[in-house]
Design a protein around this ligand. Sequence first.
Ligand SMILES: Cc1cc2nc3c(=O)[nH]c(=O)nc-3n(C[C@H](O)[C@H](O)[C@H](O)COP(=O)(O)O)c2cc1C
Length: 144
Amino acid sequence: MNLTRLVYYSQRNPSEDLDIKALIETCKRNNPRLHLTGLLHYNGDHFIQVIEGGRVEVSALYHRISRDPRHSNIILLSCADVRERMFPTWSMALHQGMDEQTRRVFLRYFSTDVVSPETVNVDTLLDVLQDLMMETPTKLTISV
Ligand SMILES: Cc1cc2nc3c(=O)[nH]c(=O)nc-3n(C[C@H](O)[C@H](O)[C@H](O)COP(=O)(O)O)c2cc1C
């Protein structure tokens, strides 16, 4: 069956507790049985998440996530059929923070290290996330 890839941007809700380790544990618990994979980038202020899998499963998870009070102002950046997964071995890779190495990757593709969800080119953003995944492995929580 077809694969779908969904990408969204959201802002952390500062009035809600956020335990990022617990969140990743939830992903590890739920995503493998639904054959979902992806990457979650969290820089302390906002999230960018890529979710890949079957159309129904991706859609259901996105609707669940969009009701989660730990973030707000969710903007759907893209949702499209794809030929293959970008993060096939990660039930949800986590990339956290904005250190120098991360900033360099953003500046390789963008004029600033601040992603503007209204205008960002999603294909370029996916290039950034793939590079982060390859070049900053210590920042990623393995989650196969
Ligand atoms: C930024 C963000 C990303 C999330 N990503 C996932 C995810 O990939 N998989 C998942 O099952 N839940 C994810 N959640 C949590 C869901 O919103 C929801 O709390 C969870 O799926 C409920 O699962 P449970 O019933 O097993 O506790 C995410 C939440 C936030 C705030």
